[in-house]
Design a protein around this ligand. Structure first.
Ligand SMILES: *Cc1c(COP(=O)(O)O)cnc(C)c1O
Length: 226
């Protein structure tokens, strides 16, 4: 199977679910993205700013670019003019920087707040309590050029499917909680970005609206990225 076939296969698998595919093209050449594009895929995810910008410049302008990796504040300016969605916002300082670049570019930049749901200590993200504190603190009033459209989470890297399901279900429950309890113009909650190649079926069963798939679509990565 080639890249186009795998895109069609996953699209078909997602057809009667709430989730759509973000094809994670990090480390892959523009030609691989073009093959997916030819099969109809328009949403692509990258985790390095330089690579994202290079690919944006080379490839068709109707591609939606998703920044899925850890984002450093000093690099926000490079993607602010065109990024479709920033998945991994994990500090208020980063939100503030994205807002500032939104003002400069005269646009509202869509973001997902990253929630720490895994057992590992190393993964980025806010705790649920930190997010509630942030949302209730009034800080959102500053952010006229940001729209928080949902949450993003990464499950523990484990073969224990029950553990993964518990983590994704917890993220969905938290999403529903803040959606019903907290109203603010900068909060427009509709997306839950969860699920990677190893766990996306479990994520879909727990309400994912965006699955971020790399190796399922493009094969194993050429070099380690973290
Ligand atoms: C690389 C990456 C993915 C895709 O991983 P696969 O296991 O190849 O599907 C998804 N999300 C993030 C944040 C990533 O960095």
């Amino acid at each position: 199977m080639d890249i186009g076939d795998r895109i069609l296969e996953v699209q078909n698998e997602l057809k009667n679910t709430a989730a759509r595919l973000i094809a994670v093209s990090k480390t892959k050449p523009a030609s691989a993205i073009e093959a997916a594009y030819q099969a109809g895929q328009r949403a692509f995810g990258e985790n390095k700013v330089q690579e994202l910008v290079d690919k944006y410049e080379q490839l068709p302008k109707d591609i939606e670019w998703h920044m899925i990796g850890h984002l450093q504040r000093n690099k926000v300016k490079y993607i602010a003019p065109f990024v479709h969605l920033i998945h991994g916002v994990d500090t208020i300082k980063l939100l503030r920087e994205i807002n500032k670049e939104g003002v400069k570019n005269n646009r509202v930049i869509p973001c997902l707040v990253q929630v720490h749901i895994a057992l590992e200590e190393t993964k980025f993200g806010f705790s649920q309590l930190e997010i509630l504190d942030m949302l209730n603190s009034g800080v959102l009033d500053e952010f006229k050029n940001i729209s928080i459209v949902g949450l993003m989470g990464m499950a523990t890297n484990t073969t224990d499917e029950k553990q993964i399901a518990t983590e994704f279900a917890g993220l969905q429950a938290f999403f529903e909680q803040i959606k019903s309890e907290i109203k603010h113009p900068a909060l427009n909650l509709s997306e839950i970005s969860m699920g990677m190649s190893g766990d996306y079926q479990i994520a879909i069963q727990n309400g994912s609206t965006m699955v971020r798939l790399g190796s399922t679509i493009f094969g194993e990565r050429n070099y380690p990225t973290n």
